[in-house]
Write a protein that binds this ligand. Structure first.
Ligand SMILES: Cc1cc2nc3c(=O)[nH]c(=O)nc-3n(C[C@H](O)[C@H](O)[C@H](O)COP(=O)(O)O)c2cc1C
Length: 322
């Protein structure tokens, strides 16, 4: 469904070309200072504008519909809305009969029996991550000692991100990337063994970001190639500080007080300018597909702040659950 959380709960809504996107947050502590300006630094990091990103730029001014009074959270559900003003739905007309390969057009059309809003990807659009970023700003405020930082470590298979972007622009084909996220200042004991392991909770939310295809904590898949004596993180003091961090800050599904580290794989944008083919429902055969519209050539450029947001949401809920 479109909601997440046990105590700190988020419910996301909206469509890319509908009137607005937004999020309702329940379980927000009263008395947290909230002003529109607090959201701008993170929203600006998600906003397009740089080379390799879409030319659809929205103002992203948060409107607080409920849960804020005189600049502080009240404790009531907090609903944050972002209106959509820069839409060009006509670009998506041709896609009514031809689902984009790699996108959610085909599955959503099937799942919602053709009643889905196809404009700009509708409810599956990356536009909804604006709302996730806003929720992340509030979540970060709920855990004041938390320091969360995500950055793009590679794109198009290389750490030379500029060169990868240049090549993508020249070849007019989309590329993916890897985002690394670190969380420090996390108290020991968040998460539970089994179903609510902290890895599960973080991964649950990270996979809610469109275009994410993988996540690995600490040494990740390399752990399978190490011996135990090398993989094990030696504990060097009574606080549980470890010499290495192959576990990525989590043991037994529970935070161990060391920095939580994970890597996220972002796929190349499915709406690539490169010529593709797809099933044409109107003609009843496979035909060439030229994707029009304004698209990110490299989604990964805009994803780090979204990863930070969902990680903060996961920790805020894990902390509230205890
Ligand atoms: C910030 C952001 C921007 C995105 N922009 C685009 C885009 O311009 N074009 C596109 O085809 N997909 C874009 N996506 C990805 C699609 O929303 C996503 O691939 C699609 O919903 C299918 O989901 P899946 O890739 O998780 O299977 C974007 C995702 C994010 C997080």
């Amino acid at each position: 469904m479109n909601s997440f959380g046990r105590v700190f709960r988020v419910q996301i809504f909206g469509e890319s070309h509908g009137p607005a996107v937004g999020i309702t947050l329940d379980g927000v502590r009263a008395s947290i200072p909230v002003a529109a300006g607090d959201f701008e630094p993170d929203l600006a990091r998600r906003r397009p504008g740089a080379a390799g990103t879409t030319t659809r730029v929205e103002a992203d001014v948060p409107q607080f519909l409920s849960g804020v009074y005189n600049g502080f959270t009240t404790g009531a559900p907090l609903t944050i809305l972002f209106s959509n003003q820069n839409t060009r739905s006509e670009d998506y007309e041709a896609l009514r009969h031809m689902p984009r390969p790699g996108h959610a057009d085909f599955v959503m059309q099937q799942k919602w029996a053709g009643f889905n809003d196809p404009r700009g990807g509708g409810h599956t659009s990356g536009r909804l991550t604006t709302a996730l970023v806003a929720a992340g700003v509030v979540a970060k405020k709920m855990i004041p000692d938390l320091q969360v930082h995500a950055r793009l470590t590679e794109a198009g298979g290389t750490t030379d991100i500029e060169a990868a972007l240049q090549q993508a622009i020249e070849q007019q084909d989309s590329i993916g990337g890897i985002v690394q996220c670190t969380l420090s200042g996390v108290p020991i004991g968040l998460g539970s063994p089994f179903f609510d392991s902290l890895e599960s909770t973080i991964a649950h939310l990270v996979f809610s970001i469109p275009a994410i295809k993988g996540i690995a904590f600490g040494a990740g898949f390399d752990a399978a190639r190490m011996t135990g004596s090398i993989h094990n993180d030696a504990i060097v003091d009574a606080d549980g500080t470890t010499r290495t961090n192959h576990a990525g800050g989590i043991n037994g599904g529970v935070s161990n007080g060391n920095t939580i580290v994970f890597d996220v794989a972002v796929k190349p944008t499915s709406s690539t300018p490169k010529a593709q083919e797809s099933w044409n429902h109107q003609e009843g055969k496979v035909t060439p597909l030229a994707v029009r519209g304004r698209h990110d050539l490299c989604i990964a450029l805009r994803v780090p702040v979204v990863v930070e947001a969902v990680a903060a949401i996961a920790l805020a809920d894990a902390q509230a659950v205890g």
